[in-house]
Design a protein around this ligand. Structure first.
Ligand SMILES: Cc1cc2nc3c(=O)[nH]c(=O)nc-3n(C[C@H](O)[C@H](O)[C@H](O)COP(=O)(O)O)c2cc1C
Length: 190
């Protein structure tokens, strides 16, 4: 009996501890003042790294979130995707998306991508080509496997020539610290 009470007490303490930790963690999450601008975070992610960064940015800017999803999903086999992406880059192929999204109501659009063959992933090209960015601000971000952003930001500017493309943020895989992401967003003075 004593043992059961002890186990229940320990379990209750653990549950309470997790609850308190979550409350404190949320309190520490920084929300950056976007001066009443309407903000969208649009991203494509093949294996989850860019999605994680997109959600960090969204949490700090109270933005809407839009996932860019190709109509035909990429293979789960990594090497197949690497070969396909190389071919798509050479042909400047832009795959159809389930939805092109709509940036009309937004002032600032964060656009996130994994780096594929030194530039943005093909579905992100479609998203940029299919939307109208005149008068809008694009804030690029990317995750990569060690090679950095490469041509990602300048290629985004080429696909959205009428947008003002600001300084991007590049993270190795899933290593972006909240504090670094927040410092970058604040430095843009949006
Ligand atoms: C098709 C393909 C091409 C890639 N090309 C590059 C590259 O040129 N430079 C680089 O640093 N990483 C490259 N990577 C690694 C990815 O950019 C990196 O793993 C990224 O964090 C994946 O993001 P995700 O999980 O959002 O898909 C490539 C990965 C794939 C699948």
């Amino acid at each position: 009996m004593k043992k059961t009470i002890l186990i229940i007490t320990v379990l209750l303490l653990i549950v309470c501890g997790i609850g308190v930790y979550q409350v404190l963690a949320n309190q520490n999450k920084e929300v950056i003042n976007m001066n009443d601008k309407k903000v969208l975070v649009a991203y494509y992610s093949y294996s989850g790294n860019t999605e994680a960064l997109a959600k960090q940015i969204q949490g700090m800017t109270n933005a809407d979130l839009f996932e860019i999803v190709p109509k035909v999903p990429y293979s789960k086999d990594y090497n197949t995707v690497v070969a396909q992406a190389k071919d798509e880059k050479q042909k400047n192929f832009m795959p159809e998306l389930i939805s092109n999204g709509d940036v009309k109501e937004y002032d600032i659009i964060f656009v996130g991508t994994p780096v594929w063959w030194y530039t943005m992933a093909s579905p992100v090209k479609t998203f940029l080509a299919k939307n109208e960015f005149a008068g809008k601000v694009i804030v690029p971000f990317c995750t990569h496997g060690g090679g950095g952003a490469s041509m990602t930001y300048s290629d985004m500017q080429k696909l959205a020539p009428d947008a003002k493309v600001l300084q991007g943020f590049a993270s190795y895989e899933r290593t972006a610290k909240d504090s670094d992401v927040a410092d970058w967003i604040k430095s843009l003075k949006l």
